[in-house]
Design a protein around this ligand. Structure first.
Ligand SMILES: Nc1nc2c(ncn2[C@@H]2O[C@H](COP(=O)(O)OP(=O)(O)OP(=O)(O)O)[C@@H](O)[C@H]2O)c(=O)[nH]1
Length: 354
């Protein structure tokens, strides 16, 4: 009943946001390149191409969400290629053109390499993530750093110092911190899954895997506290002792499991089915009116009676129902439903009684 957000859904949400923001960043870079004073061919081509590509990938992600891993890998590879091209082209151009300085022509993409590295470490498994980080540094940062060391006068300019810092110490800092962040994330995931397991142990019946009495009582109390009208259905398998005595306990256990499974299939997500004890079950039905509650009880009864569980010839249940009234308490409501169940048993079983 407690809503859980799966890792897949989180990943999908994060990927959608990442692709949307990078499309927006690409569009902004396109506009800046066009309105800038100098129109360099690479700056005019790469941002619009990347924007179009990211928009296509975003559309693909919305259409095929299960392909999130592949789509993000293509996005990362394309982004890396888009950063490699200017790094080599502009260092080459500045090296061979007298009077042209790299610090004047290199586009403001240094921080994008860091963002790309972080994204890679988040989306890719550790080995692949480290591989792309190393490749990114060798292909993007190294040519720029080599150029700067070969041109110390440019390294001493504010832009040169900025590039040196970003592609040098800051990058190393990211490289050191990201594996630590990964370990922390893995630890958190492990703790969350342990917590889910613990909750299941505390709230579920080990035999049938449906909720247990304790959890159902909490749900009922919560509805009463919030004054949400609810109904309860209590049912008890008829002559269950005879099933155990005739076919043995393992068969009796199987009957309990099949009954629980069938009833669970008939119920909505907000309806709580619990094993109340032994061969007795309770359903808490929120927001139910005076006609819907007996109809649901009747559906449960007939579905149980229609079950075929070899070698048992007939399984049936007696069903009691009761609805919440003004000023009700959990104990009073449970007392009324218990009495209704008793009346159903008195009528010979396999009936619903209010
Ligand atoms: N196999 C199995 N049997 C259980 C379990 N819990 C309780 N029982 C059995 O359920 C039977 C309940 O017997 P009774 O209370 O006499 O109920 P009944 O035979 O269904 O009789 P009526 O309710 O009057 O129709 C007992 O034999 C218990 O041993 C369980 O987890 N597995």
């Amino acid at each position: 009943m407690a809503p859980t957000v799966s890792r897949e859904r989180l990943l999908l949400g994060a990927s959608t946001i990442t692709l949307s923001l990078t499309s927006l960043a690409g569009a902004s870079a396109t506009v800046l390149a066009w309105i800038g004073p100098v129109h360099r061919p690479l700056d005019m081509v790469i941002p619009p191409v990347m924007t179009a590509l990211f928009l296509v990938l975003l559309a693909m992600l919305l259409r095929w969400p299960h392909r999130v891993g592949l789509i993000m890998r293509v996005a990362l590879a394309a982004a890396l290629a888009a950063l490699v091209a200017p790094a080599w082209f502009y260092t080459w151009q500045a090296s061979v053109t007298p009077g042209l300085r790299l610090v004047d022509i290199y586009p403001p993409v240094a921080s994008l390499l860091l963002i790309l590295m972080v994204t890679a470490m988040i989306y890719l498994p550790t080995r692949e993530g480290v591989a792309i980080v190393v490749a990114g540094w060798l292909l993007v940062a190294l040519p720029v750093l080599v150029y700067l060391f070969a041109h110390p006068q440019e390294m001493r300019t504010p832009r040169g110092a900025d590039l040196l810092m970003t592609y040098g110490p800051v990058f190393v800092l990211f490289l050191v911190l990201l594996p630590v962040q990964r370990k922390l994330t893995a630890r958190i995931q492990h703790l969350v899954s342990e917590q889910v397991q613990m909750e299941a142990m505390v709230n579920r019946d080990p035999l049938t895997r449906i909720y247990n009495r304790r959890f159902c009582q909490l749900v009922l109390q919560d509805l009463l506290t919030r004054k949400i009208p609810a109904g309860v259905i209590m049912f008890d398998l008829d002559r269950f002792k005879a099933i155990n005595d005739t076919y043995g306990h393992p068969v009796g256990d199987r009957v309990l499991q099949r009954v629980a499974q069938r009833c669970q299939e008939l119920l909505r997500k907000n309806e709580c089915l619990a094993r109340w004890g032994g061969e007795e079950f309770l359903v808490v039905v929120p927001d139910v009116d005076a006609t819907a509650l007996p109809a649901l009880a009747e559906r449960l009864r007939t579905s149980i009676a229609e079950l075929s569980i070899e070698p048992v010839s007939l399984v049936s249940a007696s069903v009691g129902i009761a609805r919440m009234i003004d000023g009700d308490t959990a104990d009073a409501l449970l007392q009324r439903v218990d009495e209704a169940l008793y009346r159903a048993k008195k009528q010979g079983g396999n009936v619903v009684s209010a």
